[in-house]
Design a binder for this molecule. Structure first.
Ligand SMILES: *Cc1c(COP(=O)(O)O)cnc(C)c1O
Length: 365
């Protein structure tokens, strides 16, 4: 398939980016700010790049309303890297040895839970595995430990399409939130968690940079075995530059933040995201061909999963949607079916086009 225009790309990550951001990057590619070079060809320690870097941090602070009591780290290795870094940095805070509690609501929190077992006691507090990860176990059923260093949860399960509507209350134990796929999609009160983390490639920019927002009093406890690059305190003390940072990804994330600010910030995005998700879920609920299997109150506004009741039509659905310029609707192989990822950069028009296609496909099916 070849196109002479931009398609609507529903990929889960790396994902679609705002056209304005891509255009600016293209315009600046050969000669950035009159330096006669691109931003990716200069030193990460140059005053020009450091100015970008400081602005990226400041804009993120503004967008998420991050207080000074929190450090922002820009790291590499993605959420998968943090699945190891988090226990290494935090588990020693356990009262009776390295230990953490886990809420497992899908593929991603399950991965975090398994990785943590290498570093200490990973305690499974609640799981919706028996419900095929189509729901979130009620808070009243969670048996939290009183000696855990932290409680880990995934705020939005990208594969199953399950999202916590609110940050759960776990008392005084620091909460660690995986926000890889819903960062900046809605207002979040940063003070409700000890740590927030996620890669940029879903809701912000290209892959390569991982954001870790950590409460400063949680720093300085890393296990002795922690590789230098994963030690949050070391990174906090070196402006996340203990090694060469992913400068181009950071610059692109910065353009993404400017774009978000111009759109009216997170509050405006939240409204837009709500409207997009409603449109798509309504289409699914009103149809007799499509179905969503997630408990209604936990449906993700970022990753809308759905199944065709007649799975023999899957291949045709994907072929026709692709031909119509509606790309990457195949669900993750762990879940099957379809998935439309509708992050911040997916315009309402994209979701409208998808809904129109789905209705038309159903009529013809
Ligand atoms: C994508 C994703 C990850 C993994 O991110 P990587 O950058 O590939 O390491 C972790 N958690 C969630 C919720 C994700 O969506």
């Amino acid at each position: 398939m070849t196109f002479d225009r931009r398609i609507f790309n529903f990929a889960a990550g790396p994902a679609t980016l705002p056209e304005e951001v891509l255009k600016q990057a293209a315009d600046e590619m050969l000669n950035w700010r009159g330096l006669g070079t691109s931003v990716m060809e200069i030193s990460h320690r140059s005053k020009e790049f450091m100015a970008v870097y400081e602005e990226v941090l400041q804009d993120l602070r503004t967008l998420m309303n991050i207080p000074d009591t929190y450090e922002i780290l820009l790291l590499q290795g993605g959420g998968i890297g943090q699945n190891a870094a988090i226990p290494m940095n935090l588990m020693p805070l356990g009262k009776n040895g390295p230990k953490a509690d886990f809420i497992v609501t899908g593929v991603w929190s399950e991965k975090s839970f398994k990785e943590a077992q290498k570093y200490g006691t990973a305690n499974l507090v609640a799981s919706s595995a028996a419900e095929k990860f189509n729901t979130i176990p009620p808070r009243s059923s969670w048996q939290l430990s009183d000696d855990a260093a932290y409680v880990h949860y995934c705020a939005n399960e990208t594969i199953g399409g399950v999202e916590f509507p609110d940050v759960p209350n776990v008392g005084n134990t620091p909460l660690v939130a995986d926000i890889s796929s819903n960062i900046l999609s809605k207002q979040m009160d940063v003070t409700q968690c000890g740590v927030w983390f996620g890669g940029a490639q879903k809701n912000i920019g290209p892959s390569g940079v991982t954001i870790v927002i950590v409460r400063k009093d949680l720093l300085g406890q890393a296990m002795a075995i922690t590789p230098t690059i994963w030690d949050w305190s070391v990174q906090a003390n070196t402006q996340s530059m203990i090694n060469t940072p992913p400068t181009f990804s950071i610059y692109m994330a910065g353009l993404g933040f400017k774009w978000l600010l111009k759109q009216g910030g997170v509050r405006a995005m939240e409204k837009r995201n709500q409207a997009k998700a409603e449109l798509l879920y309504n289409c699914i609920d009103q149809s007799s061909l499509y179905e969503n299997r997630v408990a209604k109150e936990y449906r993700s506004r970022m990753n809308v999963t759905f199944f065709l009741r007649d799975e023999n039509l899957n291949a045709e659905f994907l072929a026709q949607s692709n031909a119509a310029g509606l790309a990457a609707l195949r669900g993750h192989k762990a879940a099957g079916g379809m998935r439309a990822s509708i992050y911040n950069a997916m315009p309402l028009e994209g979701v409208q086009a998808l809904v129109e296609f789905m209705r038309d496909f159903e009529r013809r099916a």
